[in-house]
Design a protein around this ligand. Structure first.
Ligand code: ZN
Length: 121
């Protein structure tokens, strides 16, 4: 994983959103021990998002994935993450204002600088 703070924050933001969405919308065990556990679907999505971020050709120059010109997510995963962003995105401003606002600012970047060549996977 890139050690650039920008990329660490991007991943942290995605992780918070996926966890929040999963705990609010998916079937959870009542057992407290499992509260931090993602359902298999969401844990697959998080692993996928992490991989895509690692492979991102823009790295710390990137805009947010929702505004990226490449859309490197495969359609099925893209649909899932978009649903989560729609539900949780606006709430992030209330519950995690710092991450929410920084994410919005990142989204204002129009022309990311491409640092690597794109490999489609
Ligand atoms: Zn879930």
């Amino acid at each position: 994983m890139s050690t650039h703070p920008r990329m660490r924050r991007e991943l942290a933001t995605i992780e918070i959103m996926i966890r929040r969405y999963c705990s609010e919308n998916h079937q959870r065990p009542q057992d407290d021990h499992d509260r931090e556990q993602l359902c298999p679907d969401c844990s697959e999505l998080l692993a996928y998002a992490r991989k895509r971020l690692q492979a991102c050709p823009f790295q710390e120059g990137k805009t947010t994935c929702g505004k990226c010109s490449i859309h490197c997510y495969k359609p099925q995963m893209r649909e899932k993450i978009r649903k989560i962003m729609r539900h949780i995105g606006p709430k992030m401003l209330l519950t995690n204002p710092r991450l929410g606002i920084l994410h919005m600012i990142d989204g204002l970047r129009k022309k990311p600088v491409q640092k690597r060549t794109v490999s489609a996977k």
